[in-house]
Structure formats: structure tokens, C-alpha cells
Design a binder for this molecule. Structure first.
Ligand code: FAD
Length: 509
């Protein structure tokens, strides 16, 4: 890479950090998950001056550990959460419009077996209400299926005791990329957003001073903002936010042999679960249990992995699915509105709460990926109330999210330099061009940013991207001008991150 381009990369981050110290912002958002990213975009589109800091990479928390569904949430109807389902259905339609490059419709089959907790009549009723809450749009309508039709959709399903079922539509996304797209869109509207900058202390005042630390250099400085929004999700104060843990596993799709997505009831405890297609992989999830563990150190446990395998085996018995078949397992923490732990977390509403304390700090708890945009609009209304600046409407539903040109840009890169079309490793399609693009256009700073959140290599290779890491380290060293020591520090950092996310803990822990 020409030295001047290398300098540009370093200079770009230095400029963002400089601007963060040099301006009094209307609003500072702490946390670069989907909630913070959506808020930064909305606020910037309203013409506010916006800063966002994220202590690690964008989407490194819950926003890269979801089931990746943009869904109305049919299961919430069981708990009477009609408002939540209506809002989610509306947002599903909006996101399909503004991010067709990131949100796609997905057909689900829900098979019903003899004696199931949700019998066919109840499922048909729920899906009729679901259709209605989506405005009877043709895009989302359901069909009742007899046994033959269910097996036509999913030939590998266990036919024993199958009585029929239904098919319906929801949508899927790439959660990390949806988050990143909001960050990039916010930046297009003038927001300053930096990853690897941690908020250390908030000093209330007018304006508030927030002490932050650049995690790449350990240099501390202060950012001043009239209003501060805490969008730290499961890291937020425990008096506002409770946490529930959800684990997923990924297996080679040929082993499970599902054709599309399925909604099933776990034979272990009758909870709703998903079996989801993701390229050559099948993702099975999720669990849902209260926890008070640190979001910085959340792992799948062997018991959770066994629970998911046992559940999937009952539906797809062709291969005896075992731990040896699991390519990767990971867990995330749902930030839920605090409401006590006496009921099951699955029964707790995924609605959100926005509060403003006496110092003016606005905090957000709860929410779903699906409803992030409408939630961000409410947060920005509250920001404008705090600023007493008059309310301007949210315009985020009217404009495309960033990132639609990525596929074309990657093709152009490969045309200029054919090496960039080559895969990083033999067993995954991610290319050298994606590394180049992640660094130059998508704010990737570390090997993990590239292999965990800009591509899915770490989720989709048995070694969680370790072999690819050596290759990516070379590419990034060339782009950033890393010394040998910086390169080995980066590789060590990646190893730590992979262990933090993908190691399966013994159940006893
Ligand atoms: P996070 O994504 O956790 O972001 C908070 C960020 O704050 C983190 O990146 C963290 O590093 C940062 N941070 C913390 N402290 C600081 C600090 N001091 N300074 C700077 N930054 C800081 N929703 C759906 O709609 N569909 C689904 O399919 C779905 N599936 C799910 C499955 C599971 C297992 C889980 C756990 C959740 C699921 N959800 C789903 C819910 C959805 O993923 C979450 O509601 C959403 O991702 C929360 O985003 P967030 O931005 O609030 O939190």
C-alpha cells in the first residue's frame, strides 16, 4: 500500500479522536450496539451534532449474538404482547424497504406433533392474528399445511406423530452489519463515531463532560455534550436492566438437512426455538435463562449445547447430531427492562423503557433488534426534549441504510487486483478484498473486527478463524503499517477474543 494511503488510515482515526475532544456535541451516545448506532443515525439525520463511543468494536456485544431475525415475534402473542408484535411487524416492513441489502424475507415452517403444547387450531389462530397485525400484507401471510405439505417443505423432518402445521414469513438479517450500516449512515450525516473508545466516567454539568479512554493507545480525554445517552445494553445499571442469556450453535447444514427456517417447540421444555438456515450452516437457538454474569465474559455452556442438540435431534433424526458436529457455539445477554426474576425470561416483554435521571442522563433498557429504529426515534425525541430545542420528526424510515454498494465495490476491487478475489482460507468464501474493504471503508481496526463482525469466518470455521487470522494479519499489517510486534500483539488479541466468545464452558461453571 502506498505510504500516503497508509498515513490516511492513521490520520482518519486521529481526526475523529481530535474532533471528539474539540467540539461540544448536542448528544453523546455511549455504546455502539444496534441501539446506540440507531440513535446516532436518527439524531444526526435530525441535524443534531452527534458523537458515539464504543469500548470495543461496533456490535461486539449482544448485537452480534442475536438470532439475526427481524420478526414480528409470533411467540409474543402467547403472552398477550399485541402492541409489541404490531410495532415489530411494522418495523419489519420498514427495514425491508430501507435495507434490502441487509434484511431478507424468510419462510418458516412450524410443524405440529401429536400432543404439542401449541396444537394446530391454536397455531392457526395465532398466525391469523399475526397476519392481521402485519396489515394482511401479501408479503407475510401464512398457510395452514397438512402433513404431506409440511414434509414437502422439510423432507428431513421426523414424520412420526406429525399432524400438520403451518408456514409463515418473517425476515432475517446480519446483525453486525445492520449495526455497522447505522454507524456508517450516522457518519454520512456528520456524526463522529469511534470504536475502541470507552466511557470511563460521566461528570454531570452543563455541558456534561465524559471521560473516555482510547483503548488502542490508553490515552484518556474528555468529550463534552449537552445530553448523554447510555445505550450500553446489558452493561447498563442493574437497577434498570436485567439480563437473560441466550445460546446458539452452528452446524453444517447438510447434517441437519433443513431446507428453510423452522419454528419448533423444544421437546425438553416446550419452549419456542428456531432452526435457521445461514448459508452453508444451520443455526439452532436459543436458550433463555436469567443471569447476573458479566457481559464481558459470556460463554455457551455444555449443558446449553446439549439442550439445543437434543431438541434438534427430535426434529431432524437423520444424523445423530452430537457435540462433535458443532462448528461453533456462542452466547449473548438480552438486556431486558428490570421487572423481577420470578417469571421465566421468555415471558418478559421485549419492550423498552427510556428514562432521564436528575443529571439529565438518558438511559435505555430492553428492546429488540427488530424495533431498534422506532426505539431510536423515541430516544431522540427525549434528547430533543432535554435540549429544549424543539422537536423535529425522525426521518430514518425514509432513507436507505448505508452499505448497499458493498458487493459492487468488492467486485471493482477484484477487477483492479485479482488477488483480492482470492479466499483467505480454503474452507470459507471470505476474500482478501473483504479485508481491504473492512479496513478502508468499514472502520475495522483489529483482526477480530474483520473475522468476527465484518465477515462470519470465526463463526463458520472449525478453528474459529485462527488459520485465516495469520493471513489477515499480513493484509492488515501492510495496510496499517504494523511492525512485527504490533502484528503479534494483534494475533494475541484475536486469540483472546475468540476464546472469550467461542469456548464452551463445562456445565458446572
Ligand atoms: P449491545 O449490542 O450489547 O450494545 C451495547 C454496547 O455498549 C456494547 O457494544 C458494549 O461494548 C458497549 N459499551 C458498554 N459499556 C461501554 C462503555 N463504558 N463505553 C463505551 N461502550 C460501552 N432481537 C431481535 O429483534 N431478533 C432476534 O432474532 C434476536 N435474537 C436474540 C437472541 C439472543 C440470544 C439475544 C441475547 C438477543 C436477541 N435479540 C433479538 C435482542 C437483540 O439482539 C438486542 O435487543 C440488541 O442487540 C441489544 O442491542 P444494544 O445496542 O442495546 O446492546
Amino acid at each position: 500500500m502506498p505510504p500516503e494511503r497508509r498515513e490516511n488510515l492513521r490520520a482518519a482515526r486521529a481526526a475523529v479522536l481530535h474532533n471528539l475532544t474539540d467540539t461540544v456535541f448536542d448528544v453523546l451516545v455511549i455504546g455502539g450496539g444496534i441501539t446506540g448506532a440507531g440513535t446516532a443515525r436518527d439524531a444526526a439525520m435530525r441535524g443534531l451534532s452527534v458523537a458515539l463511543v464504543e469500548k470495543e468494536d461496533f456490535a461486539s456485544g449482544t448485537s452480534s449474538r442475536s438470532s439475526r431475525l427481524i420478526h414480528g415475534g409470533v411467540r409474543y402473542l402467547e403472552h398477550g404482547q399485541v402492541h409489541m408484535v404490531r410495532e415489530s411487524s411494522r418495523e419489519r416492513a420498514v427495514l425491508l424497504e430501507i435495507a434490502p441489502h441487509l434484511v431478507q424475507r424468510l419462510r418458516f415452517t412450524w410443524p405440529v406433533y401429536r400432543g404439542a403444547r401449541v396444537p394446530r387450531w391454536k397455531l392457526a389462530l395465532a398466525l391469523t392474528v399475526y397476519d392481521r397485525l402485519a396489515g394482511y400484507s401479501k408479503l407475510w401471510h401464512h398457510d395452514r399445511l397438512d402433513t404431506r405439505e409440511v414434509l414437502e417443505n422439510e423432507p428431513a423432518l421426523n414424520p412420526k406423530d406429525l399432524t400438520g402445521g403451518a408456514s409463515y414469513f418473517d425476515a432475517c438479517t446480519d446483525d453486525s452489519r445492520l449495526t455497522l450500516a447505522n454507524i456508517l449512515s450516522a457518519r454520512e450525516y456528520g456524526a463522529e463515531a469511534a470504536n475502541y473508545v470507552r466511557a470511563v466516567k460521566i461528570n454531570p454539568g452543563k455541558p456534561n463532560g465524559v471521560r473516555v479512554r482510547d483503548e488502542l493507545t490508553s490515552i484518556e480525554f474528555e468529550i463534552r455534550a449537552r445530553v448523554v445517552v447510555d445505550a450500553t445494553g446489558p452493561w447498563a445499571s442493574e437497577t434498570l436492566t436485567q439480563k437473560s442469556r441466550g445460546t446458539h450453535i452452528a452446524l453444517d447444514r447438510k447434517l441437519v438437512n433443513n431446507q428453510e427456517a423452522l419454528t419448533v417447540l423444544s421437546p425438553v421444555d416446550s419452549r419456542v426455538m428456531f432452526i435457521l438456515p445461514s448459508g452453508n450452516f444451520t443455526i439452532i437457538g436459543t436458550t433463555d435463562s436469567w443471569t447476573s454474569e458479566s457481559p464481558d465474559d459470556v460463554h455457551a455452556t455444555a449443558a446449553e449445547v446439549e439442550y439445543l442438540l437434543r431438541s434438534a435431534r427430535a426434529y431432524f433424526p437423520e444424523h445423530y447430531l452430537s457435540r462433535d458436529h458443532v462448528t461453533s457455539a456462542w452466547a449473548g445477554l438480552r438486556p431486558l427492562v428490570a421487572s423481577g426474576t420470578r417469571v421465566s425470561p421468555s415471558a418478559i416483554s421485549r419492550e423498552h423503557r427510556i428514562t432521564r435521571d436528575r443529571s439529565g442522563l438518558i438511559s435505555v433498557s430492553g428492546g429488540k433488534m427488530t424495533t431498534y429504529r422506532s426505539m431510536a426515534a423515541e430516544i431522540c425525541d427525549e434528547v430533543q426534549r432535554a435540549l429544549r430545542s424543539g422537536k423535529s420528526p425522525s426521518t430514518t424510515a425514509a432513507e436507505m441504510l448505508a452499505g448497499s454498494g458493498r458487493a459492487g465495490d468488492l467486485k471493482d476491487l477484484a477487477r483492479e487486483n485479482p488477488r483480492l478475489a482470492e479466499p483467505l482460507v480454503a474452507d470459507h468464501p471470505a476474500t482478501h478484498g473483504e479485508v481491504r474493504y473492512a479496513v478502508s471503508s468499514e472502520l475495522a481496526m483489529t483482526i477480530g473486527d474483520v473475522l468476527i463482525r465484518r465477515t462470519r469466518v470465526a463463526f463458520e470455521t472449525a478453528d474459529h478463524g485462527r488459520q485465516a487470522a495469520a493471513v489477515v494479519a499480513e493484509d492488515m499489517a501492510w495496510m496499517f503499517g504494523w511492525s512485527e510486534k504490533e502484528k503479534s500483539d494483534q494475533l494475541r488479541r484475536f486469540e483472546t477474543e475468540v476464546n472469550r466468545i467461542f469456548v464452551i464452558r463445562p456445565s458446572a461453571a
